[in-house]
Write a protein that binds this ligand. Structure first.
Ligand code: 3NM
Length: 308
């Protein structure tokens, strides 16, 4: 945008602009607006800068309109890009904004790099909004290598990438976030490790756990297993009642809810009817011979039930 702006104003004579300056008699230099320069944090500074940019561009285009309508038009175009730039920056900086687009969250539960990468590609093609790499019992060097490729594929397909359990691998591989189980790192500690804001999800199986999780800086709470599932054997199902109670509890807290466990095309609509933000699915998405088609079918069902 800076280059576009420089190019657009090439036709103006810089010497004329500088000699037209009158800082000494500028009435504006004496004005002090209370609290105008108070910024509590960098986010405040960003907001102020993002507001000032379009204002400045508007002033330039209004002035240019008096003598060069083509130049005014070019500046207006740059002003519109400034609004999109602000949106992109805020979205990037806010894990919640990023995660708000997620409805189909696929878990790839495999330690075989070839499987992980082809499944990632297929699920992304089928409409997964977010994919989690759940590779247990694999050495760190191999996990890191597969995580990097996994993150790359997700990024190319505009899909969010999450690493299960391991905040260190998530940060090192540049993933969008980490999913932490009840016995993993505290959320605050994981946040401290990361220089940029990351998505952090926490597993919860009871209202007690959910209440604790909501006091931590999480992006989403996973609620499950809704139904008993072979992917997590021996864990008692929490059922739809927990999902309903959890959705109510989380309301207004700015935290997303992700139903998980035993979900497939026949029952995935039920959790969306209760108001969850997303559903996480492993076997129903990746267990058959056509994961892309399975994801498409799940997504169709979700869109028929998801509340806006
Ligand atoms: N976590 P599927 S349930 C990995 O309740 C996982 O925290 C759960 O796989 C939890 O879609 C679950 O095949 C398994 O049932 C999800």
């Amino acid at each position: 945008m800076r280059h576009e702006l420089c190019h657009a104003i090439d036709t103006l004579c810089t010497a004329d602009l500088i000699t037209a300056r009158n800082t000494l008699e500028d009435v504006g230099t004496e004005i002090v607006i209370k609290n105008s320069a108070t910024r509590k944090n960098l986010a405040d500074s960003l907001t102020a800068a993002c507001k000032r940019l379009p204002e400045a561009l508007r002033a330039i285009s209004e002035a240019a309109a008096a003598f060069d309508s083509e130049l005014a038009g070019k500046i207006e175009k740059i002003r519109y890009s400034a609004y999109t730039l602000e949106k992109d920056i805020v979205t990037f900086a806010s894990p919640a904004a990023k995660f708000s687009k997620v409805s189909l969250y696929v878990i790839i539960s495999s330690s075989l790099p070839a499987d992980v990468l082809t499944l990632t590609q297929k699920c992304a093609a089928g409409g997964a909004d977010c994919i989690q790499l759940r590779a247990k019992g694999i050495d760190d060097d191999r996990l890191y290598a597969v995580a990097r490729e996994f993150v790359d594929i997700c990024a190319h397909n505009n899909v969010l990438s999450i690493i299960n359990d391991r905040a260190d691998i998530a940060i090192a591989s540049g993933a969008d976030g980490v999913h932490l189980g009840q016995n993993d790192l505290p959320v605050v500690t994981a946040r401290k490790l990361s220089l940029s804001p990351m998505i952090i999800g926490r597993s919860t199986h009871t209202l007690e756990q959910l209440k604790t999780a909501c006091d931590e800086p999480i992006t989403y709470a996973a609620l499950g297993p809704v139904y008993s599932t072979g992917t997590k054997p021996g864990v008692e199902a929490v059922g739809l009642d927990y999902v309903a109670d959890a959705v109510k509890y989380v309301e207004g807290k700015g935290i997303a809810t992700v139903a998980i466990g035993g979900l497939d095309t026949r029952n995935i609509g039920e959790v969306f009817d209760l108001g969850v933000s997303a559903a996480a699915v492993c076997s129903a998405a990746t267990g058959g011979c056509d994961p892309a088609e399975a994801c498409r079918a799940l997504k169709t069902e979700i869109l028929a039930h998801k509340k806006s």
